[in-house]
Ligand binder design. Structure first.
Ligand SMILES: Cc1cc2nc3c(=O)[nH]c(=O)nc-3n(C[C@H](O)[C@H](O)[C@H](O)COP(=O)(O)O)c2cc1C
Length: 208
């Protein structure tokens, strides 16, 4: 398509979009996002990433409740004047968006849960171990969403209690949920990401 965004335009404009409309996202587009995620690389090409697209209101509510616990335990306590998310700067704006998402998560069109299948029981403290083979897929999904003009944001705060997540999603003990990505049509405006300048984060050959 002539008006399709180029890969670099997508990467540089793929902000976390937390404020989303309740308008449903067509199933075909949700499948397209997972198909894009599924093209990402994994260690030994093991392809152990699994994707649960949650649209059922009762299940969304349960995940939203877990997210609320996570946000209230981490973000809210740091929103005072002296806290990391206090004042009226960038971090405070981020916190406001996280709180908006917390209040509305249950009514967002789709909550995509990115999981790993470990093939054996995985203790909670090792659930993040397979992240290197999952997050490339998450990023593919975020980029695909942006290219399709859908809003999305990677989140993890709902997933601190893996046993609770397993029960909600009826997953076996061999699976763990590593990321939750709400997807929908954006209420806010898309825009460029803000990142550190490359000279600050890159060296040739050796660091010092
Ligand atoms: C590993 C990881 C965990 C994250 N967890 C959360 C989360 O629990 N809740 C949330 O609202 N955003 C979460 N984010 C989104 C980040 O806050 C966001 O990507 C970052 O602030 C950059 O935002 P920007 O791309 O809009 O500039 C997470 C991102 C990553 C990569």
């Amino acid at each position: 398509m002539a008006d399709e965004m180029g890969i670099f335009e997508v990467m540089y404009n793929c902000r976390a979009m937390r404020r989303l409309d309740t308008k449903p996202v067509p199933e075909e587009l949700l499948r397209k996002l997972i198909d894009a995620a599924n093209q990402a690389p994994s260690g030994s090409n093991a392809q152990n990433a699994r994707w649960i697209v949650v649209r059922d209101p009762a299940i969304k509510q349960k995940l939203a409740d877990l997210n609320r616990e996570g946000v209230e335990g981490y973000i809210t306590p740091q929103m005072g004047e002296d806290g990391a998310f206090g004042g009226d700067g960038k971090m405070a704006r981020l916190a406001k968006a996280v709180l908006w998402q917390m209040e509305h998560m249950h009514e967002l069109p789709a909550l995509i849960v990115a999981c790993m299948e470990y093939g054996r029981e995985v203790p909670d403290d090792q659930a993040q171990r397979g992240g290197g083979s999952l997050w490339p897929g998450v990023q593919n999904l975020l980029l695909a969403a942006r290219a399709l003009q859908l809003g999305a944001a990677p989140t993890t705060l709902a997933l601190r209690d893996q046993s609770a997540v397993r029960e909600i999603l009826n997953m076996p003990a061999t699976m763990a949920a590593l990321a939750l990505i709400p997807v929908g049509y954006p209420l806010g405006k898309f825009g460029p990401v803000t990142r550190k300048p490359i000279d600050e984060i890159m060296r040739f050959d050796q660091w010092n």
